[in-house]
Design a protein around this ligand. Sequence first.
Ligand code: ADP
Length: 741
Amino acid sequence: MRELLFCLIYGFAVITYFIGFTVLHNGSRKNRIDQLYFISAVFSAGWSLFIALVLIQTDVDRAALLRAAGVFHIFGLLICITNMMIYWSDVRSRVKRWTAGFVWLGILLYPFMIQKKNVIFEMTAYGMSFRIKPGIWSVAYTVFCMIVALNLLLLIICMLRKSIRKREKIVAYALMLCVCIVVVGCALDTTVQMAGYAAVPVSTIGQFAAQMVLYRIYQFYNKSRVTLENMSEFVYYSVDEPVFLFDEAEKLCIVNNGATMFLGMSAPECCKLRLNDIFVLARDAFRFQGNKNRVEARCWQNNNICSISIDKIYDDYKDIIGYIVIVHDVTERVHMLESLAQEKQRADKANEAKGAFLANMSHEIRTPINAVMGMNEMILRECEDETILEYAGNIQDASRTLLVLINDILDFSKIESGMLEVVEEAYSLKALLGTLKAECSMRAEDKGLDLIFDVPQDTPNILLGDEVRVRQVLLNILTNAIKYTMKGNVTLKVAYRKIKEREIEITFAVKDTGIGIKKENIGRLFGKFDRIDEEQVHAIEGTGLGLSIVDKLVKLMNGTLTVESVYGEGSTFTVCLCQQVIGEETVGCLSEKKREGRRKDIPVFIAPKARILVVDDNKVNLTVIKALLRKTKVQVTCVETGKECLEYAAKESYDVILLDHMMPVMDGIETLEALKKMPDNQCKDAAVIALTANAMAGVREMYLDKGFNDYLAKPIEGTVLEQLIMRYLPEEYVTKNKEQE
Ligand code: ADP
């Protein structure tokens, strides 16, 4: 019996130690409750161990010594349990101090409790037994134990009163059970002996039972606070994404709620599946290099498209123990991307159609204007009657305005659809400013305005930039300044600043003394089709598109456009651009010579030996060109198709070929290609100039790319045509007309 009891209590000690260490190992060493539970387990195990050892002793001295060690652990355990209860109960500091302080009084009792003379040892059927001799120390010990028990009950009552949550109440009742077990155990310890029975260490058995209850409370308490262990459980079940846990043998063993919902099956049903039963995946989906793999696959069950991440899970020895599969349902995203791609395709097609429509429109509108302007120019050149000349002059003005309008609309559409690109080439600033001045001075003169170009002589001349666009921007601003100024002057002031070794920031400020713009309207200036201050400007021609185009072009060239204006006094439009500098040449002095009105009846040059082939499917255009070139005395041959062009080129040699683009059967580009490939081409050295009504912004570059030497937009102006042709004729054929230079 003795050995059996020893083994039992010894077993208690081992179990309690084991649990204590597990708690400390698994829990956080910094957590107070983990620490307290561990210490209490050590004391409890110590109590069981030493009392078990006492049982098997035959020598009273040794038994007394071992009992002293056991009693030490009893006091230690009481201190620990009291502190744990204080921690859980969260009572007022006074109660806390009293309970925590009182339990330490046991230390005072301890020396007397272990004295051999105060204890009776006797051998019983259950082994060596002991009890405190009746007297002052036994009374003191009993009172101490009772007060400690009452204190603990007091803490529990406080806890119950304060507890709001159910789990707090459960903890309190469980603690009460714990205290009761200990009290009953201790009471039985003494009463059994008093009744004359052999003493059994019931208190030791009771404290073990209480310690087990305490462990359950500890576990329960831990479940209701966030720890690493339970957190992963909470996360696992709360995430909406389907999560599947596979074991080492690739068998599905755990699924979260997201997964059951995703598959529309119960958890046990899900667990019968393998990964490739769920997704359209290869059997070896788990065999991959590294720890993580991401694949895209369709789900067999619901046909959804999923992005699947597979993570390997390892044990402490880096051996695989399973796989976590997290599924992101990307069906909606994929469908959205697909429809976006379709939308884009549709938009691209629409854009292409728009581009084609614009080119077509450009062609269709320009062709008749070309005829009107060309024929009108003939009247201007050849007619002597003043009244008719005046009418023809009006036709010319109106058709020019119409042309500007069409150009603006086409340019604007092209910019809007992102089809306009900046093409940088070397250009002469001096030449650009010269032509600008020539173009604007007539209009300024007509209105009695002074047009001043203030350009520092040391401004670099050869710049790298998009000459056409720079010109377009400045011409637009200058034209506006002249349009909206009734008296005074318009000044173009150029300034530059070196920003890098071969780069300058060039500023063009156009200042006028015109009607000015109200402050509140300045923000609206660049809006499309927006003409501000209508009552002031309604008499002045305009569409409200010019500045919108200017603004967009300046932005395309990475420049800035600013406006300052005083209403009623005038405005300053400033364009700032960065341009590369080529060479050392400077602008120098801009010629102040006023352009004499060109005498229309005198051509720029005469070249009777020159031969020109004009190819255009429009008969009127052919007549216009022929008429425009009549005074130059060049020999003009007109044909109407690409095929005819090739036939003529095979027979005779020409110096210049003016080739229309849009022609039926074989267009200008195809004709040029065929011409270049033709072995018997007599016009190998001829300059081929694209002659087209397609005057959309950016087409010039396209024609040069296709192999044309130059480009001329319809409607053709006589002088421009003459100057262009003269550039490509052999010098020996050309007699320049001094008057027209
Ligand atoms: P519009 O064809 O009407 O000239 P713009 O886009 O070039 O179109 O200009 C928009 C509006 O800005 C004009 O209608 C005019 O009211 C105002 N504006 C432009 N330039 C000037 C200027 N130099 N002085 C006063 N107002 C101007």
